[in-house]
Design a binder for this molecule. Sequence first.
Ligand code: AR6
Length: 203
Amino acid sequence: SLTALYDTGKLRINSPHGCHIPPNEVHNSKISLIRYDITCLNIDAIVNAANTTLMGGGGVDGAIHHAAGRGLFNACSELNGCEVGNAKMTDGFDLPARKIIHTVGPKYFETEQEHTHSEMLRSCYRRSLDLATEAGLRAVAFPSISTGVYGYPTKEAAWVALEAVHSWLDESGDKLDRIVFCTFLEKDLDAYREFLPVIFPHA
Ligand code: AR6
């Protein structure tokens, strides 16, 4: 059950009772970096690192399906899956987030060339942001797509994620108020901490 509502800057987190709330590492007016369970975020949309069936799995996908409930499973079964690098949206059902954007990252060891898998990962971020803004949403939280089961190295993935979001914001920044990088493991948090000031130097 979600009991407490925390206001950390512009990001609201619904915390299960007794959960430790980390300080929100707000980086700038548009970007936040946190380490938290993405299913607790009270935000316009969270992104799911799904697979091509969109019918659930392990990792963050499993956590999202578990927390969102049967309604999400039913909605996903109408979507006919999703290609790698693309994204599809559903309601948030039992989550505090209003919408879920399901995207499918590349499997690192199945793509042959570096530029292919980085382009696919980049496309996940861009397509997710496009979908969010097409729906009029103003704030989106991303997990570290492909860095779990799909084996994308942490640092490379953090770089691609930040670069993709930076270039998208360059083109369409006024369409969104906030993008949250919601890391789960310390190594991912460390990688974003290292690269954020490099990719967003003037923030
Ligand atoms: N909140 C935020 N991030 C999380 C959470 C959470 N609750 N749980 C895990 N992570 P993964 P992938 C992080 O494996 O690599 C599924 O079976 C995790 O630490 O969830 O894109 C799908 O169905 C990691 O940094 O996704 C697919 O088959 C990140 O989420 C496949 O896994 C992504 O790890 C997709 O693999």
